[in-house]
Design a binder for this molecule. Structure first.
Ligand code: GDP
Ligand code: MG
Length: 163
């Protein structure tokens, strides 16, 4: 079985950018698997000779009670349930938001291994870009730039080991 990595986080943190980077290698197969809803995107990636599945999600806005945003939260919860490991992405440029804390609370209850990842960190110092995220109580964050690729391979190798 290929390990399943779910990309979780509020809208605009860079989940789809990371998904595209992870699935666009020559070997990658990006396809909607049969029987799965269209709101999540499943793709296959590979690091070295190790294949994995990755799930992109629409973005978690936990406060919504109905409508499209509520549907997105539902899809996100399904992705978490299917995942061997959750990659929880926050935005190192925008910083910590109340939604990040709500998602943290949800993920804690999910009983899945979670890796906290600070994205958009290109050109920034580890200590300054991560400082405010220690408040989430998830230990040392991983730091990446999904757009530039910095830290992405290391992140995936660790994710697969977690799974
Ligand atoms: P999603 O809503 O979480 O899927 O976020 P997207 O992948 O759509 O990205 C949201 C915005 O953040 C886009 O304008 C991206 O180009 C930008 N973005 C994503 N990753 C990075 C990054 O590593 N660095 C910077 N500076 N911008 C990024
Ligand atoms: Mg997206």
């Amino acid at each position: 079985m290929k390990p399943v990595i779910a990309l979780i986080g509020r809208p605009n943190v860079g989940k789809s950018t990371l998904f595209n980077r992870l699935t666009r290698s020559r070997d990658a197969l990006v396809a909607d698997l049969p029987g799965l809803t269209r709101d999540r995107h499943y793709g296959e990636g590979r690091v070295g000779d190790r294949p994995f599945l990755v799930i992109d999600t629409g973005g978690f806005e936990p406060v919504a009670k109905e409508g499209i945003v509520h549907e997105m939260a539902k899809q996100t919860k399904q992705a978490v349930a299917e995942a061997d490991v959750v990659v929880f992405i926050v935005d190192g440029r925008q910083g910590l938001t109340p939604h990040d804390k709500t998602i943290t609370d949800y993920l804690r209850k999910s009983n899945r291994p979670v890796m906290l990842v600070v994205n958009k960190a290109e050109g920034m110092k580890y200590t300054s870009v991560t400082a405010e995220f220690y408040e989430l109580g998830m230990g040392d964050p991983y730091v990446i730039s999904a757009a530039h690729g910095d830290g992405v391979n290391d992140l995936v190798r660790e994710a697969i080991d977690f799974a």
